[in-house]
Each structure stands twice: as structure tokens, then as C-alpha cells.
Design a protein around this ligand. Sequence first.
Ligand SMILES: [Zn+2]
Length: 304
Amino acid sequence: MTTETKCPLCEAVLTTELTSKFYYCSNCHIATRSEENLCETNPEWFGTEWANSPATKREFLHRVKHTYKLIKKLEGVRSVLDVGCGNGILVHFLNDKGYWAHGIDSSNEAISIAREKDKWHFTTGTIDSTSETKFDLITLMEVLEHIQYPKQLIHSIKKRLEPGGYLIIEVPNLAAQDSKSLWRRHLSATEYNTDHKVAYTPVGLIKFLTEEGFEIKKLTTVTYAKHMLLSLGTIQSSVKKPLGFIDGSKKTNYAKKVLGVIHSQIQRCTPFLNILLYPATKFSQLKNKGAVLVVIGQYQSKQS
Ligand SMILES: [Zn+2]
């Protein structure tokens, strides 16, 4: 039996299929899958092995440094809650820089790893299962795309933000999947075999947050060297779909081999690649088409 795909924000029935069973909502500028096509999060993906691997740590550190550059420009931020904190790297980094940062994650394993370095600033659970403390800033780094009903999470976040508090969201950028570009073609917003449930465009995320009472302070996109290499190693079946998004994620055998080699190289030399690919990654971010979308919103209301 086929169930219809409904937009999680406006509840419209969606009929425009993009790729990987993702359907686009032209009201909200986001895409989602029907319930039967959703892939559940496999606990092993984000378990001890993942959290402890050097590649994960290196990739995270790169992301964390980028996030820190944004955070230190925000005035009046002392306390930070990182929702979906994983191995705690952002929380550790911010506490070292003099912030009061706390991390929360539903994975026991991730929290155990985070606590190896710092026992006090981590909680297992969801944002609703913790105390009523309010924060100057809440971060959702690569989390929102895994959430099937994003409105509920944003409502919970608003209850935990100080008036005028900030929210930073990082998600894969659906607008990066533009058929006109070679290296942007295969980026992870709507990838097969992931548990990504909602994919956001810059316009869609701005609209959603604005309607929820946030004033948008910054919107930027980033392409990390790893994303760029993954996209170069992939050859798409370039069937154009409405809105310019790419269809399909077929790889040739040759491309698969290349991708495998690139993957193994990425494990070793990410910092070098970041420098080497710096001009290309900057170029890929023009017109907000970078692989990763980052938005900073400031909460304008005391009501939730
Ligand atoms: Zn919608």
C-alpha cells in the first residue's frame, strides 16, 4: 500500500518527486519522504566506533572551528546547549573557550564518550527530558534533517531559549543539488540509505524559522573538502526535474572505484585537502549553493 507524502510543516500532500523518494513542497521549499520510505536511524551508525574514529574527530573539529567563528560574533552569549551533541566535541571546545556549554544526546554511547573528557556537562536524553534551564544559544548541528516533525523540536527549543536567545542550525543544503553543477550534484540532503527525513533549502529554512518567531541574523553555506571530493567521485544520471534539482544517484562502476580511493585518502589527509581545495570550496558556495546550510536566528518572543 502506498501512503501519501505530506509536508511536515504545512501538511499539504506532495506530488513533485525529486530523488530518493523525496517530495518537494513548493509552499515551504523543503522536501520529505513518505513514512514508508523513511529509513530509521541505525544506532550503530552513531555508536562508539563512529564517535571514536579519527576521521569523525577530524571532520568534527573542522566543523566546530567554523561554528565557533560564528558563535564568537554573537553578543551576550555565555550559556550554550548543543542538542544532538554526539561525542561532545563542540561542547568541549566551547567550554575551553570560556563558555558555559552543555550537551544532550539520545545516544548513551555518545554521551559516555563525551563524559570521558568532561563528566559534568552532558546529559543523555532529549531536550524535553532535561531540566528547565534556559540558554543564550542553542545549536542543532546536523540534527534537524533527522527529525520527522521539526515544528515540535523548534517549539521545545523556544521554551529553553532566553528572550533574544540565538539558534544555530546546520543542515545539508537541498539547494546544493543543482543539476547545472558537476561537483554539487551528489550532496547529502536527499541521499539514499540515510535517515534524513527532511531536506531544507535556504529559502525554506528562513521561512520556517521566521514563522516560528526568529529573526534571521545570518545565512551562509559551506562546502567542506570532503563533501566536494565525494561529489566529484560520483556521476549522476542527470535527469532534470522541476526546480533544477538532480534526479537519481547512480554511480558508474568506475566512479565507485574512484570514490572508494578518495574515501580512503580522506581518512588521512583532510587538513591538506582543505587547503588544496580552498578556492574550489569557496567558489561552490556562491549563491548559497554550498553543501551545508548554516542559519543563525534570534528568538524574538517570550511566548512559545
Ligand atoms: Zn509545506
